[in-house]
Design a protein around this ligand. Structure first.
Ligand code: DMJ
Length: 506
């Protein structure tokens, strides 16, 4: 290698090293800080972005919550799935009412009751248009306007109250129906007709214990039911209180409530033991079995209901005394089945199924009332048809056996289910009501119109051709009300008579 070349190379090498050193210095002083600064800015930008994003997210969440709160305040609460089902069942029941009443209008108008299979009327109570009056309030509540208007037109222009009068039945169905229509509508025509009926019913009081039957064509005649051996039945005496007291309050005329005050004094004299089935209207002697079903049922029911209607202190006292005796002396539980074992018998009548509702209303023995209602509901669900027998026997293991193989479209079980629903809002009561309604629709509905009593409930239900007026007054009304909100006829403002006619309390 040439010496001159080597020194040139050495010089170039030194120059290169110097340039490199300078480059590195420059990098350290200018470029790296710049690079570092860039990195910080990116991090800051990222941080800012994150904060902005979080703020946006929080604002969106707050906005959504705000909107949700506003909706909650101003909007109708969203319906639950079960509410939709309730609406649907209520509509079916209302359609059932229309189906029952329109068929009666078509084939049996002005008759007392309807025979839907043969499509004709039957005058069970002397031909007073009983079904029309018993149906007034149900039609009104269900907003079946054209049917209600037709019924009202009949009341205003054609309704007569004369001839043979069954005092108990006409009080609970006719007087009760008219008073309820007045209480709900405040239409004076209903009070005028109720007063007309009340005037006739005063004829049942030649003495304190009323006659079972009177006749406007025989002014001094005081009769009893043909099957009652010259005595009146306990419930015929005890089940006038609500209607008579309400009529006096509406008219400011004490003639009716005076009768009830006298009768309540009679009960007070007999409040040391459970009431018996028959009363001699002349000697006032009580006799017969102390049951809880038909014949005595509504006497007990009217003590608590009179208390609820007016606050009557004697009625309140009587209710507490008899309620205690009923629960302490009658209630038993066999297996899982609780029921009122009346007069030493293991038979439970469908009529006795009002008792669950009554105890729930009394509020002291709600648990017993609910248990009894459950037993009555199981009278339906334990039959393959889903309908209850009119009487059952309960065996010691709690199983339920059909004793009277008829279903008469009766209301007592759905009445108690209605009270149980209002008391607990437990879905199981609506489920029971749904099952009962579906069984009625399946086995009792007549395709051409109306609903019929059936026999052979436990095996193959067969229609017997009678549409009871209480089916429209009570059974369909209580079923429908079980699927309505509690504001429809709140129980602290309305009292239902024993035929399910609501009267606003005073
Ligand atoms: C109705 O007329 C009334 O509920 C009465 O108190 C008892 N019997 C029937 C229904 O079963």
């Amino acid at each position: 290698m040439l010496k001159g070349n080597r020194s040139f190379n050495q010089r170039r090498f030194k120059e290169m090293c110097l340039i490199c050193t300078l480059f590195c210095l420059a990098m350290t002083s200018f470029v790296l800080p710049l690079f570092r600064q860039n990195k910080t800015e990116t991090a800051i930008l990222n941080e800012v972005e994150r904060i902005v994003h979080n703020i946006e997210k929080r604002l969106t969440q707050q906005h959504n919550k705000h909107i949700h709160d506003i909706k909650r305040v101003i909007a109708v609460p969203k319906l639950q799935a079960s509410d939709h089902i309730s609406e649907q069942i209520a509509t079916e029941i209302r359609d059932g009412m229309q189906h029952a009443f329109q068929a009666y209008m078509r084939d049996a108008w002005k008759s007392d009751e309807y025979m839907p299979v043969t499509k004709k009327g039957t005058n069970t109570f002397g031909g007073k248009g009983l079904t029309i009056i018993d149906s007034l309030d149900t039609l009104y509540l269900m907003k079946l306007s054209s049917e209600f208007n037709a019924a009202k037109h009949f009341v205003a222009t054609e309704f007569q109250f004369e001839g043979q009068i069954n005092v108990f039945e006409n009080t609970i169905r006719v007087l009760g129906g008219l008073l309820s229509a007045y209480s709900l509508t405040k239409d004076d025509i209903f009070l005028a007709k109720a007063t007309m009926v009340g005037e006739v019913l005063l004829g049942a009081f030649p003495q304190r214990i009323p006659c079972g039957v009177i006749n406007t064509n025989r002014p001094n005649w005081c009769g009893t039911q043909s099957w009652a051996n010259g005595k009146v039945v306990n419930a015929e005496v005890g089940t006038l209180a609500l209607e008579f007291v309400a009529l006096s309050r509406f008219t400011h005329d004490p003639r009716w409530s005076d009768k009830i005050t006298a009768i309540n004094k009679y009960w007070k004299k007999h409040d040391n033991s459970l009431l018996q089935m028959n009363i001699d209207p002349h000697t006032e002697q009580m006799s017969g079995p102390a049951t809880i079903g038909g014949g005595i049922d509504s006497t007990y029911e009217y003590f608590i209901k009179l208390k609820a209607l007016t606050g009557d202190p004697l009625a309140s006292d009587l209710y507490s005394i008899f309620e205690e005796m009923i629960v302490k002396q009658m209630f038993v539980t066999y297996g899982q089945t609780t029921f009122a074992r009346a007069a030493g018998s293991d038979t439970l009548e469908h009529l006795g199924c009002f008792l669950g509702g009554m105890l729930i209303m009394g509020q002291k023995y709600v648990a017993e009332g609910l248990a009894m209602t459950e037993t009555c509901a199981r009278m339906y669900t334990s039959n393959p048809s889903g309908l209850a027998c009119d009487q059952v026997r309960i065996s010691k293991d709690g199983s339920i056996h059909c004793k009277n193989d008829l279903y008469l479209l009766r209301p007592e079980t759905v009445e108690s289910i209605f009270y149980a629903w209002r008391e607990t809002h437990d879905q199981k009561w609506r489920d029971y009501a749904t099952k009962i309604w579906k069984a009625i629709a399946k086995h009792c509905e007549v395709e051409s119109g109306g609903f019929s009593d059936v026999r052979h409930v436990a095996s193959r239900p067969t229609k017997t051709d009678k549409q009871e007026s209480w089916f429209l007054a009570e059974t369909l009304k209580y079923l429908w009300l079980t699927f309505q909100s509690d504001d429809i006829l709140p129980l602290d403002k309305y009292v239902f008579n024993t035929e399910a006619h609501p009267i606003e309390s005073f």
